[in-house]
Design a protein around this ligand. Structure first.
Ligand code: SF4
Ligand code: SF4
Length: 555
């Protein structure tokens, strides 16, 4: 029985009022005061949009357009492939100029297939009419279908397709967690989103709450987000939402990590290699909740997101409403361009982000921050030295791992041992590397070890499939051979059990063969060249031939 949106009851005393602690973590300088204090500005429509077919975890979307096609804003241009995938929509109107490999946001400067649209500046929708869906009357499955069609993925960074994460009826969910704990320094897009669009966030949370049928919903913010908190309380007071509470968590990096936040708010641990849904919790980023609001209430797919453009390397640090596919270079220009002493460009924050060599990469659904830093602001790390076994990395690890051991095993490519030490529970937060006195780039070792293991698994799967196909081929050949042998045996049996007519035929054939044989023998006894014989010999042969003909004549 599906609960209606109005039937969620606010617990008199919330079971999630008490806060808990997670192991480790770091107090970091925020560096977000400037960008968080300025209103969100529109980055406008760039001359070109570059839309990668894969902006999410899972299979790349399948391209539905070709060069020369006219596209409208909101038009589906690449469809979801398989269960774990996400659709891509044109974020503005224009003409498709090419579908080709282009540089995408990736630490290695990776290229990937992208749809390139030359915009017409009109930002035209195909259908201007749209009516809000009454989600409260919908079944969770139906709601998930709408969310899937809108191409929504987790906007917090992971990019997991939202409908897959919601499960929509597959798990019993007790608590929906809306994560607005923006713990990484410099990033303030979620903070500004709540300050300016709190009502949309609340409505998006209600849609998600209905989709997972959860009685409880917590919108978690950081201690330093007083304005955002006020905006949420105001929006809650004017809405008829029930079962939603706003909770502040202490400023400690990485309290916005999914597992860490669940630990803080509930005291529960997500099992190693498991999911929050396994313990009755679904966690969604606050930007995702706003995107769900747009999809269901405004009937608009995911076309834009808020991006923080910050660091001393840009003129104006600010948050921008940015069309998906906008080149980062356009976004930097919207922020007044680079300063003279800019040194490096990062995607994401200083802890979990990565340096990119170029700025002609597009803003994707998961890109939340463009950080341009100066040398003074973020000096290059000194050369790494040997581990001195100080144990500082272990003290700060929020996943309660042994980073030093992981480093040894990752470095020596001992993948089994690294997995035994729960390598895949590492959230790559960078706390260990931040405190390491030997300046060892620990996270890089972990990332490399993980990708090696994934590669090995992929190769094992591929060779398993090849072996299965080879075995199937051999089985098919053996079956054909056996079928042929059975057919021959059947024929032989049929001949041996014949009524006699075949014996007569056989005798006739044998007699014919005997006659041919005799004729051949006779021919072989005759001299080949009669002209070379004496007259006497020729006369004798002629006489013999004549007598033979007389004998052969029928009576
Ligand atoms: S913090 Fe660095 S030096 Fe200290 S134990 Fe960990 S890896 Fe070794
Ligand atoms: S990067 Fe991994 S090992 Fe290092 S502190 Fe974070 S979770 Fe622990």
């Amino acid at each position: 029985m599906v609960k209606s949106a109005a039937s969620f009851s606010r617990p008199t005393a919330s079971p999630f009022d008490r806060l808990h602690k997670f192991h480790g973590g770091l107090k970091l300088p925020g560096h977000r005061e400037v960008s968080a204090s300025r209103p969100i500005s529109s980055a406008g429509v760039p001359a070109i949009l570059v839309l990668p077919l894969q902006q999410h975890i899972g299979a790349p979307a399948e391209c539905l357009v070709q060069p020369g096609d006219t596209v409208y804003k909101g038009q589906l241009i690449a469809r979801q492939v398989g269960a774990i995938s996400a659709a891509v929509h044109a974020s503005s109107s224009g003409t498709v100029t090419t579908v080709e490999e282009r540089p995408v946001p990736h630490p290695s400067g990776l290229q990937a297939p992208c749809i390139v649209i030359e915009t017409d500046g009109l930002d035209r929708y195909q259908d201007s009419e749209s009516t809000a869906l009454d989600y409260s009357r919908m079944e969770p499955d139906e709601l998930c279908t709408h969310i899937r069609r809108a191409g929504i993925v987790g906007l917090g960074g992971a990019g997991f397709p939202t409908q897959v994460k919601l499960g929509c009826g597959k798990h019993k969910i007790e608590l929906l967690l809306i994560n607005a704990v923006e713990c990484e320094p410099y990033i303030s897009c979620d903070n500004r989103l709540i300050q300016e669009r709190a009502a949309e966030v609340i409505e998006g949370a209600r849609v998600l709450q209905h989709a997972v049928q959860a009685d409880n919903c917590i919108i978690a913010i950081e201690d330093n987000m007083a304005t955002a908190e006020q905006a949420l309380h105001t929006a809650l007071a004017t809405s008829n939402a029930t079962g939603i509470q706003v909770t502040r968590v202490p400023e400690l990096y990485p309290s916005g990590g999914e597992r860490q936040l669940i630990r803080i708010l509930t005291g529960r641990e997500v099992p190693s290699q498991g999911f929050p849904a396994d313990i009755g919790i679904i966690c969604q980023n606050v930007g995702t909740a706003a995107a769900v609001y747009n999809a269901i209430i405004k009937q608009q797919p995911l076309l834009s997101r808020i991006v923080t453009v910050t660091g001393d390397g840009v003129v104006q640090q600010q948050n921008f409403e940015t069309l998906i596919g906008t080149p980062v270079s356009h976004l930097v220009a919207a922020a007044g361009g680079y300063t003279q002493d800019v040194e490096r460009l990062l995607i994401g924050g200083p802890m979990m982000g990565y340096t990119v060599p170029v700025d002609n990469i597009p803003v994707t659904k998961t890109l939340n921050c463009v950080l341009a830093v100066t040398r003074e602001e973020m000096p290059a790390p000194p050369p790494a030295q040997a581990c001195i076994r100080c144990g500082k990395c272990t003290e700060v690890c929020p996943a309660d791992l042994l980073p030093q051991q992981l480093y040894w095993y990752a470095r020596s490519s001992n993948q089994d041992a690294a997995q035994d030490y729960d390598l895949f529970d590492c959230i790559e937060c960078g706390c260990c590397a931040y405190v390491c006195p030997s300046h060892i780039p620990l996270v890089q070792y972990y990332r490399h070890a993980k990708s090696e293991i994934w590669l090995k698994e992929t190769q094992t799967k591929a060779s398993d499939i090849a072996r299965q196909r080879h075995e199937a081929h051999l089985n098919r050949l053996a079956r054909i051979k056996q079928e042929r042998a059975e057919r021959m045996a059947k024929k032989k049996r049929a001949l041996s059990s014949d009524d006699g007519s075949s014996d007569k035929k056989k005798a006739a054939i044998e007699a014919a063969l005997e006659r041919v044989k005799q004729k051949k023998q006779q021919a072989s006894t005759m001299p080949k060249n009669v002209e070379n014989l004496t007259t006497e010999q020729q006369q004798l042969i002629a006489a013999v031939d004549k007598r033979r003909q007389q004998n052969d004549e029928p009576e």
